[in-house]
Design a protein around this ligand. Structure first.
Ligand SMILES: Cc1cc2nc3c(=O)[nH]c(=O)nc-3n(C[C@H](O)[C@H](O)[C@H](O)COP(=O)(O)OP(=O)(O)OC[C@H]3O[C@@H](n4cnc5c(N)ncnc54)[C@H](O)[C@@H]3O)c2cc1C
Length: 392
């Protein structure tokens, strides 16, 4: 059973889905019934105004979150999930699992509980406690409707923008979506006041439109927190326990440097489902030759009871998320300060890499791989240095 009071909704988000995510979850590109923007150029601007435009061979994609959430929900229902459009208000342990209570006073018993309820997860609050302040970033922005240039949705790849500012552990973005331009800013919680961040973003948006903010009626404002775990939290993180598991933001699975979380939400859900089945999850229902992933999943509730040792499931899940995403994200957490405030060849890191990338093919390639999610953070500085000293 899948509980969500909102279903498909415009969750506060950039909606940027990296090339790596598109490779692993190819269904994201398969259907034309879910409109999206293909992006093949990304312009990065340093805190001192240097710019470079990177061209990607395989476009990445920007979705409206209402569309992306709708696609995933449709697939879940197609695969056999029973969608209940209600909020979970509480849950308590009972003999063989959980009693799940919904906001309208109903209750349902379940054998296993998955908290996939985002950064402000009630499941996490009850099972592990909330994220501490130092593990959070704050983020907000505007969707600007009917943006000229974004309305052209003929599958023509377009350009996204990322801009760094002095003393900001985060960045400003401008992402085109079908019919909408999505602007946002993210920074460590408590690093800058909300007024400061708002002023930075307003200046950026106003510059983007030639010195004037778009009319209020075209703006839809959004804001939310993003989990950005520090290294200590990564080391001690547990994402499951006795008949429960957390996935996505609820677990804290977000890249602490870029704030990318859509890939990790999908990936952790896949790892958890594989921990149940012991099999690789088919990416597309048609791969099974039948409805949903019915081949891989237990067919009925009683199959689950008889076949599943939940202790094994959670042990497998802990091992797999740490190996397949935790190790890299923990490494990323060690690099946050270096990326935003460190130096490279004696200059501010983002300024130096953007400057070099403009003139040096090798550096451009490494930066591009970092942007599309294919560059390991562990080797980022080494690879940049190696490429910088290789003749272009
Ligand atoms: C401003 C902003 C910009 C971002 N930009 C990007 C980006 O460009 N690319 C990227 O990869 N990531 C981005 N992220 C991160 C990304 O949005 C998340 O990492 C991702 O959505 C996590 O997915 P999730 O399913 O874990 O949680 P969510 O997408 O938050 O989904 C949680 C769901 O749980 C439901 N829920 C909550 N409480 C309950 C309850 N009590 N009962 C039942 N249901 C409940 C909610 O309705 C919601 O649908 C951004 C985040 C923010 C805040």
């Amino acid at each position: 059973m899948l509980f969500d009071p909102k279903g498909a909704w415009e969750k506060p988000c950039g909606g940027g889905v990296t090339s790596r995510a598109l490779k692993e979850f190819s269904f994201l590109l398969e259907s034309s019934s879910y409109p999206k923007k293909l992006i093949n150029r990304i312009t990065m601007v340093s805190p001192y105004g240097r710019r470079v435009t990177l061209k990607v061979k395989e476009p990445f994609v920007i979705f409206s979150r209402k569309i992306l959430n709708g696609m995933i929900l449709d697939r879940a229902i197609e695969a056999g999930a029973n969608f209940v459009k209600k909020a979970v208000s509480d849950f308590v342990r009972v003999e063989n699992g959980w009693r799940i209570k919904t906001a309208d006073g109903d209750s349902i018993d379940a054998k296993f509980l998955v908290g996939a309820d985002g950064a402000a997860s009630g499941a996490r609050r009850k099972l592990l406690g909330i994220f501490p302040k130092e593990d959070l970033a704050v983020s907000f922005g505007f969707n600007v409707a009917d943006e000229v240039g974004c309305t052209d949705d003929q599958g023509k790849p377009q350009e996204a923008f990322v801009s760094f500012s002095e003393n900001l552990t985060g960045y400003i973005w401008a992402f085109p979506r079908p019919g909408v331009m999505n602007f946002g800013i993210a920074s460590r919680l408590g690093e800058r006041t909300t007024d400061d961040l708002r002023a930075l973003l307003n200046r950026y948006v106003s510059d983007f439109y030639g010195g004037k903010m778009p009319d209020e009626e075209r703006l839809e404002v959004f804001g939310a927190k993003i989990p950005v775990l520090n290294t200590k939290s990564w080391r001690s993180l547990k994402a499951s326990g006795d008949r429960w598991a957390l996935v996505g933001d609820a677990a804290g699975f977000v890249d602490p440097i870029t704030g990318e979380g859509i890939f990790y939400a999908l990936k952790s859900a896949e790892l958890l489902s594989e921990s149940f089945t012991g099999e690789k999850t088919p990416v597309c229902p048609s791969e099974t030759g039948q409805q949903g992933s019915a081949d891989a999943m237990p067919r009925s509730d009683s199959d689950v009871t008889s076949a599943t040792d939940y202790g094994d499931v959670t042990r497998r899940y802990e091992k797999r998320w740490r190996k397949e995403l935790g190790t890299e994200l923990e490494r990323a957490s060690r690099m946050v300060t270096r990326c935003y405030h460190g130096t490279f060849l004696g200059h501010v890191f983002s300024d130096a890499t953007i400057f070099l990338a403009k003139y040096h093919h090798g550096v451009r390639c490494v930066l591009l791989k970092a942007v599309i999610g294919e560059q390991s953070y562990v080797n980022l500085k080494r690879d940049l240095l190696r490429s910088a000293f290789r003749i272009a």
